[in-house]
Design a protein around this ligand. Structure first.
Ligand code: ZN
Length: 196
């Protein structure tokens, strides 16, 4: 039973899965050994080998730079800044956005001791400048206190850089996280973005 205990313990570390759900998931996996457990094991192993963050934008992909950064049909002049890869995926799913992205890897947080050097803010600033194509930065951090603080900080750092800085419109509920928004709201918030 050691193997199954280990499986349950690992599953329980996933977000949204407590010990009880982890046990159920483990039983389901064992029951569906050939149709679920083995394909899952293969998918996990392949993802562990191949998926890595894009060195330009922080998106997760099997190529570096990622497929979004190398897609010539996408507008390199517009960069949408998000906290996490999950937010990027939500925008990709919902918004019809055709620019590029930048994943910060979190937010500034005095409470958790997270400063600018812990995020990819330096890399973002490096994507802006006279010899760079970037014309607009859309700040799509969440409307939480930390998300707002981060947006303000980036806006300050971008002052004088010659780029337009905009913010997602307030269709996004206060304290809301992008990933949980319905697609229509997210799309509307992006279209109605406001200059800062
Ligand atoms: Zn990329």
């Amino acid at each position: 039973m050691q193997e199954i205990e280990r499986l349950i313990q690992l599953l329980a570390r996933l977000p949204g899965l407590g010990p009880r759900s982890a046990r159920r998931a483990a039983l389901e996996l064992v029951k569906k050994r050939e149709s679920l457990m083995r394909p899952l094991a293969t998918a996990l192993s392949e993802a562990a080998d191949k998926v890595a963050p894009c060195s330009v934008c922080g998106n997760l992909d099997t190529t570096d730079p990622c497929r979004i950064c190398t897609d010539e049909t996408r507008d390199a002049r517009t960069i949408c800044v998000v906290e996490q890869v999950g937010d990027l995926w939500a925008l990709e799913r919902a918004s019809g956005f055709t620019g590029r992205y930048h994943v910060l890897g979190g937010t500034l947080s005095a409470l958790d001791g997270i400063g600018p050097e812990d995020l990819t803010i330096g890399q973002l600033l490096a994507r802006v400048g006279p010899d760079r194509p970037t014309a607009e930065i859309i700040l799509a951090t969440n409307l939480t206190v930390d998300g707002q603080t981060t947006a303000h900080y980036i806006t300050e750092r971008l002052e004088g850089a010659g780029v337009k800085v905009t913010r997602l419109a307030h269709g996004v509920p206060v304290g809301g996280e992008l990933d949980y928004l319905d697609d229509g709201t997210l799309s509307a918030a992006l279209k109605a973005r406001q200059a800062l």
